[in-house]
Design a protein around this ligand. Structure first.
Ligand SMILES: C[S@@+](CC[C@H](N)C(=O)[O-])C[C@H]1O[C@@H](n2cnc3c(N)ncnc32)[C@H](O)[C@@H]1O
Length: 255
């Protein structure tokens, strides 16, 4: 059975990952650097999770409202970042923000054109929708990193041996050019940027323990059973290997 985002084990493994590895924290810092925040702005954090994007934004003296539909994630987030206001869905039309931020999540909000148009409705003219996506999800390969497994392929291939995914591919994430076009059609003038960090083999291992990431391959197992399977597959992988991970980002200004 799929575990998804709305499960206490998901929030627990997500937080364990974030405490140990900088992937989301670093990506959020790059996102915030591209968001031109200044004290007093009203910010909507879409797909707020446990509050990692929100806390990076709050350092700039802004006022943050978080949207997080998964109750388990929202509960942990509201406990970690009580300075923000927490909602389970978009606020009513007519509430206007200066920024909509979406850290590490917009590809889960398909069809993207509808999400972009919804974001536009929440923004003042001159406000911006700022989001990021791992470039790999857009069909753009990363350059190799280092070690025996410089593309970090071993762990996923070991996990796949003897297992068939339980579901086919979902809706395709638009590529970067298509996102440019969708933004223009939704009434934005956008600037595309990118940021690149290192993903290590231990970080990949701990990331794969976040249950939604194995809902298709390891469904039927509990979160802890999945973590044990990931640990077993990790044995024999090169722990020193790492790969580059490029994130594509957009700062899209509402006309
Ligand atoms: C990878 S987490 C990112 C959390 C946070 N922004 C961060 O950078 O740490 C993605 C979050 O998006 C949320 N999410 C998924 N689909 C969503 C939707 N349609 N609308 C809003 N949030 C959604 C999930 O529940 C999850 O908490």
């Amino acid at each position: 059975m799929a575990i998804g985002w709305d499960h206490p084990d998901t929030a627990r493994y997500y937080e364990a990952f974030c405490r140990r590895h900088g992937r989301y924290g670093d990506a959020n810092r790059a996102l915030i650097a591209a968001a031109a925040l200044r004290p007093g702005l009203r910010v909507l954090d879409l797909g707020a999770g446990t509050g990692r994007t929100a806390e990076a934004a709050l350092e700039h003296g802004v006022d943050v409202t978080c949207i997080e539909p998964a109750q388990a994630m929202r509960r942990v987030g509201a406990g970690r970042v009580p300075e923000a206001q927490w909602l389970d869905a978009w606020p009513e039309d007519g509430v206007a923000f200066d920024r909509v931020l979406c850290g590490a999540g917009v590809w889960q909000m398909l069809p993207l054109d509808q999400t972009l148009r919804r974001g536009a409705r929440a923004l003042h003219a001159g406000g911006a929708f700022v989001f990021n996506v791992p470039s790999l999800y857009l069909g753009e390969a990363d350059p190799p990193g280092g070690g025996r497994d410089p593309c970090l392929l071993e762990l996923s291939s070991r996990l796949s041996v003897g297992r068939a995914p339980s579901a086919g591919a979902g809706e395709r994430v638009p590529n970067a050019g298509e996102i440019d076009r969708l933004l223009a059609e939704a009434g934005f003038v956008s600037v595309r940027w990118s940021w690149r960090g290192r993903l290590t083999q231990p970080a990949l291992r701990d990331w794969l323990k976040i249950p939604p990431l194995t809902d298709v391959l390891l469904d039927g197992l509990s979160a802890d059973e999945r973590a044990a399977v990931v640990d077993a597959a990790y044995t024999g992988c090169d722990p020193e290997s790492w790969r580059w991970e490029t994130w594509s980002g957009w700062t899209a200004w509402k006309r």
